[in-house]
Design a protein around this ligand. Structure first.
Ligand code: MG
Length: 230
């Protein structure tokens, strides 16, 4: 019997870059709804969930935190994201589509998302770049501000789907920031760090991922890792 293996993907900086569409959409939303000019330098967004980014903006501008304000911000952001991405100069990183296809073809391997994006934001980005077809499940940043909590909820979702006996040692997280590595470690999963999103190899090495790659063009070692461990 083939052992089930689950590969969970981060989106921004790992699969693709949105050409600044996400950040621009946030800046436009803050300006329109709250009359605030955010500078990009103020936003510590890499590896953060969308909910946490909105929380940081609300704190910064002393906007009351409520479901209503969050929903309003999210809806407008998603509308702007759709607009911005259609004129963005983003791209899918080299090797990504080949790797997604290779994983999809393996018996017993499943791939999903573990991303800080709002679910609808994730779908907008993936659909724009034609990657949506690879992902049928995922854990998203709508409810979770903390990536470790998000990872724990992903693990719960996986066990609901594939059974309580599913071990974190069957789970592999691919991401581009220390937050991705740390949240894999928090649930006992393997972590594959890829230096395409702005963090250097040295910075990523510092948090001791299971595997560290400069990019996903040469992905054989990654397949070997997933194949060999469970
Ligand atoms: Mg990322």
């Amino acid at each position: 019997m083939t052992t089930l293996r689950i590969i969970l993907w981060d989106i921004d900086g790992t699969l693709l870059e949105s050409g600044g569409a996400g950040v621009t959409a946030i800046v436009r939303t803050a300006r329109e709804l709250h009359g605030q000019e955010l500078s990009l330098a103020e936003l510590d967004y890499r590896g953060r969930t969308d909910s946490l980014i909105v929380r940081q903006i609300f704190t910064r501008f002393q906007i009351p935190w409520s479901e209503e304000n969050l929903t309003r911000f999210r809806n407008r952001y998603l509308q702007y994201l759709q607009e911005e991405i259609s004129r963005s100069s983003g791209r899918v990183y080299p090797g990504v589509e080949r790797l997604l296809s290779a994983i999809q073809e393996r018996a017993g391997w499943r791939q999903g998302l573990l991303t800080g994006n709002f679910e609808r934001g994730a779908r907008i980005k993936l659909a724009h770049f034609g990657l949506e077809r690879f992902f049928s499940f995922g854990a998203f940043g709508d409810r979770w501000e903390c990536r470790n909590e998000l990872a724990r909820s992903a693990m719960q979702l996986l066990r609901e789907r594939w059974g309580e006996e599913l071990s974190a040692r069957q789970v592999f997280l691919i991401g581009d920031t220390p937050h991705d590595v740390l949240c894999a470690q928090a649930i006992g999963a393997y972590s594959i760090a890829v230096a395409t999103g702005g963090y250097s190899l040295a910075e990523l090495a510092g948090c001791r991922p299971t595997m560290l790659l400069p990019d996903l063009e040469q992905f054989e070692p990654l397949l070997a890792l997933v194949e060999g461990r469970s």
